[in-house]
Ligand binder design. Structure first.
Ligand code: URA
Length: 254
């Protein structure tokens, strides 16, 4: 079925869609179409009046997907302890779904935090972005504050930075610095670029420090900031652009 045959009322002319996405003026968009630079769902189009369904049809200009940002919702949650990072839990535990804002968007979480971990969790209905952000190729960095037992030495932190041998392999180079050193507990700042299960807890346990509390303060370019525990906020346009850039998308569609 070609895009223009789909039975829907939300269709839009291709040149109007491209203009709305900020790619070119309507006239300029017509030129792009007639120059054979536009594809819909992988098919080259040169026909002027063709229609697309924004958010459903994949429109590309010179091979770059064109996106309308405002059709997607990007939210961060400061997840409290005691909630699982899924929308439904077969075991009936509390889920982050209970903390999501009232919206028509079908939000889902990008990645997970352990039940007992607090901090930043991204929620969106942008499946394409979520998929890329989770892909190891993009090495999304995540920053954690870990309250640990004991007082880690500089040598221990250097070991964590270089890579720790876990059951499922050696961890990639990380950043690890002591934020506060105490006799019984200390605070360690850790930045990792991968997402093995319970990774931070296992890395620190492997070098002799039990994690007593774990809080994620940054997810890629997005800082948690002062958002209160249990609350959500919508990302700014600049934050969404930064996320898209992190995932290798062009900044288009303002
Ligand atoms: N590492 C952990 O150990 N737990 C988390 O929730 C996230 C990273």
């Amino acid at each position: 079925m070609t895009p223009s045959q789909k039975p829907t009322s939300s269709e839009e002319r291709l040149n109007k869609f491209l203009a709305r996405a900020g790619v070119a003026s309507r006239r300029g968009a017509e030129e792009l179409i007639s120059a054979g630079r536009v594809r819909i769902n992988g098919n080259l189009v040169t026909e002027m009046g063709i229609k697309v369904i924004p958010g459903e049809d994949v429109v590309e200009v010179d091979g770059t997907p064109v996106r309308l940002k405002e059709e997607r919702l990007y939210v961060i949650l400061n997840k409290p302890a005691g909630y699982v990072s899924t929308l439904k839990d077969p075991q009936g535990r509390r889920t982050v779904a209970e903390l999501m804002p009232a919206t028509d968007h079908r939000l889902f979480n990008v990645g997970r935090l352990d039940m007992d971990t607090t901090g930043i969790l991204l929620l969106t209905d942008d499946g394409e972005l979520a998929h890329r952000l989770m892909h190891p190729r993009y090495h999304m960095s995540k920053e954690y504050m870990a309250t640990v037992s004991g007082r880690p030495t500089e040598e221990t932190l250097a070991h964590v930075r270089a890579g720790v041998e876990l059951d499922d392999g050696l961890t990639r180079p990380a950043e690890a610095t002591a934020d506060r050193l105490g006799d019984t507990t200390s605070l360690v700042r850790l930045v990792i670029r991968e997402g093995k299960k319970r990774q931070v807890r296992r890395m620190l346990a492997a070098v002799g420090h039990r994690v007593l509390a774990l809080h994620r303060v940054r997810f890629g370019p997005i800082e948690l900031g002062e958002l209160p525990l249990g609350e959500t906020r919508v990302l700014t346009d600049a934050e969404v652009d930064a996320l898209l850039a992190n995932a290798g998308f062009e900044k288009r569609g303002t």
